[in-house]
Write a protein that binds this ligand. Structure first.
Ligand code: ATP
Ligand code: MG
Length: 179
């Protein structure tokens, strides 16, 4: 379903870089420190990872390319995920869904849905219940298998609720009762 990933100024990706994921399995290989985990960080970042620590940094602006001996730092980081939505799995009536997150050195940040500015909540809503939100089971990182096996009944229930599509209704109920 994820068709492409475009990075610009994100972590070690100083230049605009586009990765395509044709159907089947894609493996990303490379020497230590070459940016493999940064690719995963980029996906998590767009899906709304709010904690800088989850992305292995301490400030939200730490994701911006910080410069190297031969290049000056970037002023902004931008990542776009392109999803194939022909099966309308995402609740958006488009064949393709583009989700962009952008952050400037000043700290200013925004999300775009199909190239129009939107709220983080809009992003969360279209992804809720399909198992791709951060913390869900779609990204299994180092140590995650262990953590799943050792999770409490309550934690495990949340994982099943996400998989079963219950969490999207919980999110909606939370919002309805807040008003
Ligand atoms: P390993 O095989 O060890 O897991 P990896 O391919 O996963 O390595 P990453 O952790 O993705 O490597 O990349 C780490 C590199 O990214 C480091 O060289 C680090 O300096 C660089 N990096 C991280 N954040 C930034 C940033 N904001 N600006 C520039 N470079 C960055
Ligand atoms: Mg790594």
């Amino acid at each position: 379903m994820l068709k492409a990933l475009e990075l610009n100024g994100f972590k070690s990706f100083a230049d605009r870089t586009r990765l395509e994921f044709p159907s089947g399995i894609t493996a990303v290989v490379g020497p230590n420190g070459s940016g493999k985990s940064n690719v995963v960080d980029a996906i998590k970042w767009v899906l709304g990872s709010q904690s800088a620590k989850a992305l292995r940094g301490s400030e939200m602006t730490d994701v911006i390319f910080s410069g190297s001996r031969s290049r000056k730092q970037a002023n902004a980081a931008e990542v776009t995920l392109t999803f194939d939505n022909s099966a309308r799995i995402l609740d958006v009536d488009e064949e393709e869904v583009h989700v962009t997150r952008r952050v400037l050195r000043s700290g200013e940040a925004e999300y775009l849905l199909n190239r129009e500015v939107c709220r983080l909540r809009d992003i969360r809503e279209i992804f809720a219940g399909i198992g791709v939100t951060t913390g869900a089971y779609s990204i299994i990182e180092q140590g995650k298998v262990d953590a799943l096996l050792q999770s409490s009944a309550k934690e495990r229930r949340l994982i099943f609720e996400e998989a079963a599509g219950v969490s999207r209704f919980k999110l909606k109920r939370q919002e309805a009762t807040r008003r």
